[in-house]
Ligand binder design. Structure first.
Ligand code: FAD
Ligand code: NAP
Length: 331
């Protein structure tokens, strides 16, 4: 069921931006704490899992379709009484409380606390054939899809830590893994490079880029590679292509207002979801470039809601104490 549209804005104790596992989980916890949260769905209601098929690592479900899982989470959120709004936040002002956010239709939201759960998205190569076979042999997540390649041949493209870790992870299932990199040196750290060299299932394909993904209509059958030095073209047989050339966190909105690392991920206090602005919390892929999983995002959503609740309770206690002091009452 889509969220409601609202002609005028209103004030919430907690505004949750994003409807992936992090946002939905934050919403359930906030609703159960009687904080009457507002949740903004954004451009992808249900988040990244709505564009995948089987999810086999969500606790409690041996196998569940990503869109079904997210529809169930959405239903739970609505039943908990969360105000789910179909809108896209285009502007925020976190410089003073109450915080302000503006939707793309001009609706204004104010909130005492904000949970940022806007996620991230994988970078893709930009090939038509890559898009055609996405979810049918082309993936950006070995942890999610590696299991489907038991005894098969896979290729990973990229030269950073993610690509190396994806390749190593895939060796748990695949018979052989090619790591295709456009240069002749890896960007990955020494430890990962040593692990890679020690693994007999991995073969490096240096100075190469993927020019086309080949398939039989149902799935991937191979790749056309282009030599980055001389343009020579060759073919490589493979059942799966894992693209690991980086991710982009959806944080443009918060630039200059929240502390971010040099890749644009929101920086949080270790062991917490607290951002550089008191009262603003960040959960899920928007602050996590290491795990990028539904269950870790949901966990952070829970943390963010509990931390927001504590923040509000602390602020109320402070206000009551100040009021007591004003009228000469000992509190
Ligand atoms: P997301 O799911 O990215 O959700 C972000 C939300 O923010 C979206 O609802 C979006 O609409 C909203 N948003 C963004 N910008 C704005 C804005 N300006 N205003 C309002 N809202 C906004 N993980 C697993 O654990 N198991 C798997 O099997 C698995 N398979 C995957 C398969 C694929 C193809 C992909 C892409 C990912 C997969 N993942 C899997 C990873 C998992 O989907 C992510 O780790 C998880 O969805 C991150 O959750 P999130 O809530 O942080 O953000
Ligand atoms: P990254 O370090 O930016 O590496 C991206 C890789 O993809 C680079 O090797 C790059 O090639 C290649 N690439 C980029 N665009 C490409 C294209 N269009 N075609 C072909 N190749 C392309 O990204 P990452 O590996 O996702 O890592 C992101 C950050 O997270 C890094 O800081 C990384 O160290 C960190 N991380 C750490 C760990 C860990 O510590 N265990 C694990 C994962 C990630 P070039 O090298 O030629 O630029």
């Amino acid at each position: 069921m889509p969220g409601t549209t609202r002609p005028l804005g209103r004030h919430s104790k907690i505004l949750i931006i994003g409807s992936g596992p992090a946002g939905y989980t934050a919403a359930v916890y906030a609703a159960r704490a009687a904080l009457a949260p507002t949740l903004i769905e954004g451009p992808q209601p249900g988040g990244q899992l709505t564009i995948t098929t089987e999810v086999e690592n969500w606790p409690g479900d041996e196998s569940v379709l990503g869109p079904d899982l997210m529809a169930r989470m959405g239903e739970q959120v609505r039943k908990a009484g969360v105000d789910v709004v179909s809108d896209l936040i285009v502007e925020v002002d976190l410089t003073r409380a109450p915080f302000r956010a503006v939707g793309d239709g001009g609706v204004r939201y104010t909130a005492d606390t904000i949970v940022v759960a806007t996620g991230a998205s994988a970078r893709w190569l930009g090939l038509e054939s890559e898009t055609e076979y996405r979810g049918r042999g082309v993936s950006a997540c070995a942890t999610c899809d590696g299991f489907f390649y038991r005894g098969q041949v896979c290729a990973v493209v990229g030269g950073g830590n993610t690509a190396v870790e994806e390749a190593l992870y895939l060796t748990n299932f695949a018979e052989k893994v090619y790591l295709i990199h456009r240069r002749d040196t890896l960007r990955a750290d020494r430890t990962n490079q040593a692990r890679l060299r020690a693994n007999p299932k991995v073969e490096m394909v240096w100075n190469a880029e993927v020019a086309e993904v080949l398939g039989d209509g149902g799935g991937v059958t191979g790749l056309v590679l282009r030599d980055t030095r001389n343009g020579d073209v060759s073919r490589l047989a493979a059942h799966g292509l894992f693209v690991a050339i980086g991710h982009d966190p959806a944080t443009a909105l918060f630039k200059g207002q929240l502390h971010m690392d040099d890749e644009g991920y929101i920086v949080v206090t270790p062991g917490s979801t607290a951002t550089s602005v008191p009262g603003v919390f960040a959960a899920g892929d928007v602050q996590d470039k290491l795990f990028r999983q539904a269950v870790t995002s949901a966990g952070m959503g829970c943390m963010a809601a509990l931390e927001a609740e504590r923040y509000l309770a602390g602020r109320n206690a402070h206000a009551i104490a100040a009021e007591g002091a004003d009228i000469g009452v000992l509190v």
